[in-house]
Design a protein around this ligand. Structure first.
Ligand code: FAD
Length: 389
């Protein structure tokens, strides 16, 4: 059975990329989004070559290049001394080694670029201000005006599409929280690199900093153990006391910088245990709805983009049940490996005391090409090529 109509719940990175990838395969879709307007509450986003290769295939690279920054390197630094621990080159090196660029930008910018592309596609329709509470086929048919052949749940960590899938696991709090902060570039202290992604590592904490060329700001993400503030993103009201406490042993210049941020926004970090992604018939979860991961490997959005592209390939070639099965079989091992890498990074980034000293020594003696080699399996990933591309 050729697939003609797809209903996508959620217009985040996963849902919008899926609509676009399906349109590239000649399949029509309706994206149903609860928000009236797509206002991105996040801050910065790192897009690694495995994701940018796909965005290039979808015709978006030129627009991304006009607004993002391609950082020179990822630099690991001590959060207590500010000294450099290790550095992995990016920029031209990334383009050459992984055959695609590494870029950083504001999440709102990526969302706008995806949204513009979706709006320019006659095969895509976006319905906003429409929350799905009960994802029955009848409810979706009423919104779409036709019975969808496939339902894609791209509705994030608190997915309702999951209700259609026996064995789908709910998200659970990871024990970590992130504070997302933005500083204007001119106010940021001079120890913050303007051309790199920097990960400062401290006891049970880390802080990632990189410039956002598209907004003239420095993006800061501070991660530490924390309590679960409850469902929902963007707990702007609370968290400053916890933030100060978590970073109390850090270098005074970092503490001073954090103290100066006007509105740190606290995000609880959720993750998903392995569970079912599909009902093996007509419904499949992608992105955070299927497999939210903590941001220790900076791969959540990249996985959503890979999912969207791979799913469109499968749906274009076979009937829904076979396509969904093939997709899950292919994607699950990769996501599992990424999750493991995130857990490993969490351990390495947050170790304390003598273990931290050992980590610094090991990393200091590793040549940067060896560190880059460790990333090959993530960044070299190529969604399967199909001749019709
Ligand atoms: C601190 C932090 C830093 C990160 N940094 C990076 C990074 O550098 N690189 C990277 O690749 N990833 C990063 N990530 C992960 C990345 O942001 C997510 O994995 C990605 O945005 C998930 O996209 P999604 O489309 O699956 O879900 P979401 O972005 O959550 O989108 C879901 C959409 O569905 C809508 N929706 C939900 N429920 C309903 C409903 N019932 N009816 C209708 N609509 C609904 C929502 O409004 C939303 O628009 C980071 C995450 C965090 C928390």
């Amino acid at each position: 059975m050729a697939i003609e109509h797809v209903a996508i719940i959620g217009a985040g990175v996963a849902g919008l990329t899926a609509a676009l990838a399906l349109a590239h395969r000649g399949i029509a879709s309706i994206v149903i989004e609860q928000a009236e307007q797509l206002i991105e509450v996040g801050a910065g986003l790192q897009l690694s070559p495995n994701a940018t290769r796909i965005l290039d295939r979808l015709g978006l690279l030129r627009r991304l290049e006009s607004v993002w920054l391609e950082p020179e390197s990822i630099r690991l630094r001590s959060g207590t001394r500010l000294s450099t621990i290790a550095e992995v080159p990016l920029g031209a090196f990334a383009r050459e080694r992984w055959q695609a660029p590494y870029g950083v930008l504001h999440r709102a910018t990526l969302q706008k670029i995806l949204l513009d592309a979706v709006s320019g596609q006659s095969l895509c329709r976006l319905v906003t201000g429409q929350r799905i509470d009960s994802p029955s086929m009848e409810a979706l048919e009423a919104i779409c005006g036709t019975k969808p052949d496939v339902i894609i749940g791209a509705d994030g960590v608190w997915s309702v599409a999951r209700q259609r899938i026996a064995g789908a696991e709910p998200a659970r709090f990871s024990g970590n929280v992130a504070w997302r902060m933005l500083l204007s570039e001119q106010d940021a202290p001079d120890f913050i690199d303007r051309d790199k992604v920097t990960a400062f590592l401290g006891p049970s904490t880390h802080l990632v900093a990189y410039p956002l060329r598209d907004s003239g700001q420095i993006n800061l993400v501070a991660i530490a153990h924390g309590r679960d503030p409850g469902k929902g993103w963007d707990h702007s009201a609370g968290g400053r006391t916890e933030l100060k406490h978590a970073f109390r042993r850090w270098h005074p210049r970092v503490r001073e910088m954090i103290d100066g941020v006007e509105k740190p926004r606290m995000w609880p970090l959720y993750e998903m245990p392995e569970g079912a992604w599909s009902n093996s018939r007509d419904t499949i979860l992608i992105g955070d709805a299927a497999h939210a991961v903590t941001p220790f490997a900076a791969q959540g959005a990249a996985m959503a983009i890979e999912d969207a592209y791979e799913l469109a390939l499968e749906l274009a070639m076979q009937d829904p049940a076979d396509a969904i099965r093939a997709f899950a079989t292919k994607r699950k091992p990769r996501v599992k490996k990424i999750r493991k890498r995130g857990a490993f990074n969490r351990f390495v980034y947050h170790v304390r005391g003598p273990l931290a000293l050992g980590r610094n020594l090991v990393l200091a003696f590793r040549p940067s090409h060896a560190v880059a080699e460790d990333l090959d399996w993530i960044y070299e990933y190529r969604a399967e090529y199909r001749p019709e591309e």
